[in-house]
Design a protein around this ligand. Structure first.
Ligand code: HEM
Length: 221
């Protein structure tokens, strides 16, 4: 599987596949096949795809470690950037189709509706990760600081989930939301367990090193 994942055609194939939903929505908008309320369909579908790509991005590391398909790691950045791409499309659809690009009305709407405020926070944080997703940013920030910053993708996923929850709370419809909550719960749970296990094995290693060091005689005796 690793060999297959390292094939030069894999990345372009995933890139084209990830553009599929965009092409489908564009076709739907042009051919008028998005149903009775195309504006709502566009805003909601782009929101759904943002969340789906966030889930896919977060699934890469657990899947890589569980399966041993380490070459999956080279797809993580592209999947994260697609989450951002669909997030930007989502906001553009909202700004255009809901608000007619009226900037003053958008600025008023953000604090007025809590689910919009939370979504905006998630997208702003995502912009920061997208802007620092390139090799030059890793070098400029240093690997440790870069990693700490990019760990905020878990907080972004929680904000996105809260955004979705709040939006559906008005309609009392949590069926789809529960599926995303379960997926993100497993992925975040895995991350926490992994961090705890890592910390425990680092502590055990430290103890072994200390125990192996020769004891120095106490000069006070
Ligand atoms: C990471 C960022 C975001 C994610 C993952 C996200 C995701 C979603 C999801 C999953 C939905 C529900 C779709 C459905 O019902 O099937 C949604 C709806 C919506 N989102 Fe977002 N969103 C984000 C950011 C934003 C931002 C920044 C705004 C506006 C400033 C926004 C405005 C809306 C609106 C207006 C709706 C539809 C509400 C309705 O139809 O009643 N979202 N979003």
């Amino acid at each position: 599987m690793n060999k297959l994942l390292l094939h030069p055609a894999v990345k372009p194939a995933i890139f084209v596949a990830a553009l599929g939903p965009f092409a489908w929505l564009l076709y739907g908008a042009l051919a008028d096949t998005l149903g009775a309320n195309p504006a709502e369909a566009l805003i909601r579908s782009t929101g759904d795809w943002t969340l789906r790509f966030l889930c896919l991005t977060l699934a890469v590391t657990p899947l890589r470690q569980w399966s041993g398909w380490h070459a999956l790691a080279r797809l993580r950045r592209m999947l994260g950037l697609f989450a951002f791409f669909y997030g930007v499309l989502h906001v553009l659809c909202y700004a255009w189709l809901d608000m007619g690009f009226d900037l003053a009305a958008i600025v008023r709407d953000i604090p007025k509706r809590p689910f919009i405020l939370v979504g905006t926070a998630a997208l702003l944080a995502m912009s920061l990760l997208a802007a620092t997703s390139f090799n030059r940013a890793v070098k400029a920030l240093g690997a440790q600081r870069w990693q700490a910053l990019h760990r905020s993708v878990y907080a972004i996923a929680l904000l996105a989930l809260l955004h979705f929850f709040w939006m559906r709370a008005g309609k009392n419809d949590f069926a789809e939301w529960s599926v995303y909550a379960a997926i993100l719960g497993v992925l975040l749970g895995w991350r926490v367990l992994h961090a705890l296990r890592h910390r425990a094995s680092a502590a055990a290693q430290r103890q072994r090193v200390e125990a192996a060091q020769p004891r120095v005689a106490d000069p006070a005796r």
